[in-house]
Design a protein around this ligand. Structure first.
Ligand code: ZN
Ligand code: ZN
Length: 368
């Protein structure tokens, strides 16, 4: 698996005219060799020359964390008094065009630029992003498992198994976080809980607001689930419930959203552009008069990162291919009153779009 990904990265480097790839903290490194750099001040960097064996430069004290695959990469621990920038510079050698991981800390890039004045740096996402956007069967199976895990939590929410009335958003968010871990994720990425008027703020920070009867409660949550010996893959789902009977207006708005989300999921066949999927969600919402209240893109790719290529947004003419995995999450947000978002993760397959989330898509009334 690692060798195959490395071969594909090298081929992409060759076509892009990149001599060396430099990967540090962030998702590229675990995707490529199964190792996640510690986000600390000591430099970890995988140096991938286009024509030679890669070397993982890692602080000596973190060497025991590395699952070393000697056939894939060499390992070079550096002691407390060594200069890792010198080590990386030696490995870069005569390379002139370097692609550096987008999440690399600026202090390391600046030090490398100073040490290697003749090297031109570009973002590694141009090389690796398109590769990461096409999931192989092993990646898909982890994404499916992560999707099924958050589906079970959503089903508990919808059945009243997670009490809402009288609790704060923050308390419910903490419970969602505990359940994300209990369902087999290794990390909680976020657990938005937004009640009443707060549901009209798409990225609301859950706080001390107490949930009352008769309100919309929007829950958007996900975590990272690790593959066997490899990188972690993300889940992400949004469901809304009402604590009591929804008003006719709530029902009407939700019906529009439900149809829009379903249409956009169905639109995602091979060859369809990302912006066409966005349009499929936006059209029914605009026609119903709520266009101005759907102010964000329809979705984002997902994999080792919560948000990655391909983005489902106007202007993205990328055509979906087998293995693309992305969210479809239109929303309608009425400021000061309430809002709804409905989100599934969808995989592009040869036989059509496959939703990785199956929790009830309707607006469920709960009485707890
Ligand atoms: Zn989400
Ligand atoms: Zn999302």
């Amino acid at each position: 698996m690692h060798q195959d990904r490395l071969d594909r990265v090298r081929a992409a480097m060759g076509s892009a005219g990149i001599d060396v790839c430099l990967l540090s903290v962030g998702p590229d490194l675990p995707w490529l060799i199964g190792y996640e750099a510690m986000p600390l001040e000591r430099l970890t960097m995988l140096v991938v020359p286009v024509d030679r064996e890669p070397t993982l430069v890692v602080p000596q004290l973190e060497v025991p964390r590395v699952v070393h695959h000697p056939e894939v990469f060499a390992l070079r621990g550096w002691g407390e008094t060594a200069d890792p920038i010198d080590i990386v510079a030696d490995l870069v050698g005569s390379a002139r065009r370097a692609a550096i991981g987008n999440r690399t800390w600026a202090q390391f890039l600046v030090a490398l630029q100073r040490r290697l004045p003749d090297v031109g740096f570009s973002e590694a996402s141009a090389v690796i992003g398109p590769l990461r956007a096409v999931k192989d069967p092993a990646e898909l199976s982890v994404l499916r498992a992560a999707g099924a895990a958050v589906d079970r939590i959503a089903a508990e929410l919808q059945s009243g198994g997670i009490p809402l009335i009288g609790r704060t958003e923050a308390e419910v968010s903490a419970e969602l976080g505990r359940r994300i871990l209990a369902e087999g994720h290794h990390r909680v990425n976020f657990a938005i809980v937004a009640a009443g008027e707060n549901a009209a703020s798409p990225h609301h920070e859950p706080g001390g607001r107490v949930i009352r009867a008769g309100e919309v409660v929007l829950c958007d949550f996900g975590g990272t689930m690790h593959a066997e010996g490899g990188a972690g893959y993300c889940s992400d789902i949004t469901r809304c419930v009402v604590t009591g009977e929804p008003t006719p207006e709530m029902r009407g708005v939700y019906d529009v959203l439900f149809d829009a989300q379903r249409a956009a999921v169905a639109a995602g066949s091979v060859g369809t552009t990302c912006e066409a999927v966005d349009a499929a969600a936006r059209r029914p919402i605009t026609e119903a008069g709520y266009g101005e209240f759907f102010m964000h893109r329809t979705g984002h790719g997902i994999g080792v990162e919560e948000h990655e290529d391909p983005y489902i947004v106007l202007g993205n003419t990328h055509r979906l291919e087998v293995g693309n995995v992305y969210s479809v999450e239109p929303g309608i947000y009425l400021p000061g009153r309430f809002g709804f978002r409905l989100e599934d993760i969808v995989a592009t397959t040869a036989s059509g779009p496959e939703s990785l989330n199956h929790a009830d898509h309707t607006l469920v009334a709960v009485d707890a």
